[in-house]
Design a protein around this ligand. Structure first.
Ligand SMILES: Nc1ncnc2c1ncn2[C@@H]1O[C@H](COP(=O)(O)OP(=O)(O)O)[C@@H](O)[C@H]1O
Ligand SMILES: CC(=O)N[C@@H](CCC(=O)OP(=O)(O)O)C(=O)O
Length: 258
């Protein structure tokens, strides 16, 4: 089977006017099948604030009412996605932007209201890779934002880390998939105060104690949950770190292991 690299970039890289183009230039030159997923939560928050729309979060997760859905659609599927695609074109990488509604690629169900109503947030139920396969086969690179749909005309906000893990799992039927979560640190750190304290391997049986000891917190918990979900569903390799880890595989980063 051919190797497919699925790379997710988060808010801190997207917002950095130097880091983003420099990452995209290297990404453009990466040989072989590849797919990019981007977040943009930080930018959506500042766009909402600029437009006078209240930002509501619950335990770090965005509550997406109708106004917020408009903001995230404009920000993720519009501004960020189109700018990334245009930059990749400038670096001679033929890319095409996707939300989950485009090509019916990512179908989700609106999250049921339980203790908290998250609004227009989707939990993925199905990923269709056939159109993406045709594009990748023709050397065209899909670029996904963090939006899915419910097949009834409703767009849904969906965490970008989850979009990446679900795509990786779906593609693992036809490819050896390598999934890279890129953020602003060298990897998962033993101590947030020490940028060099990278935990190089996280085994499933060690993960709960890392949470209990307060070493892994906040946004890193759902990210690593997504990593284990992927590695337990046939994704070949799952790594967390700086974008550098993709281009220099011997550089220090975190690898997730069953
Ligand atoms: N042990 C840890 N190592 C590294 N980052 C951690 C750790 N625990 C919590 N974090 C936090 O997780 C954040 C990354 O999660 P998140 O902001 O959701 O990522 P993304 O930038 O991909 O959206 C880091 O910026 C950091 O503040
Ligand atoms: C439902 C949900 O969590 N949606 C996220 C999607 C964006 C995202 O995941 O962005 P980062 O990867 O930059 O954090 C949100 O609106 O914040």
């Amino acid at each position: 089977m051919k190797t497919l690299k699925i790379i997710k970039i988060g808010g801190n890289i997207i917002d950095d006017t130097k880091k983003l183009p420099s990452f995209l230039e290297k990404f453009a030159s990466l040989k072989g099948p590849k797919l990019l997923v981007h977040g943009g939560g930080k930018l959506a928050t500042s766009m909402a604030q600029q437009m006078g729309i209240e930002v509501k979060m619950h335990q770090g997760r965005r509550i997406t009412d109708a106004d917020t859905l408009d903001i995230i659609t404009m920000t993720y599927a519009g501004k960020i996605n189109k700018n990334i695609v245009a930059t990749l074109q400038a670096y001679q990488c033929n890319a095409i932007g996707f939300s989950g509604a485009d090509g019916n690629t990512i179908i989700a169900k609106k999250r049921p209201i339980e203790a908290i109503d998250f609004g227009f947030v989707g939990d993925i139920t199905q990923v269709n890779t056939s159109i993406l396969d045709v594009l990748i086969h023709n050397h065209i690179t899909p670029v996904f934002c963090a939006i899915s749909h419910d097949e009834q005309g409703q767009l849904l906000n969906t965490n970008a880390d989850t979009i990446a893990s679900e795509l990786a799992i779906a593609f693992s039927e036809n490819y050896t998939v390598e999934l890279y979560y890129c953020f602003e640190k060298k990897g998962v750190l033993q101590s947030l105060q020490d940028e060099d304290s990278v935990i190089q391997t996280i085994h499933q049986n060690k993960y709960p104690s890392l949470i209990q000891e307060g070493i892994i917190t906040e946004g890193m918990i759902p990210k690593i949950d997504n990593c284990f979900y992927a590695i337990n569903h046939n994704v070949h390799k799952v790594c967390i770190g700086l974008p550098h880890m993709i281009f220099n595989p011997t550089s220090i980063h975190t690898t997730i292991q069953k």
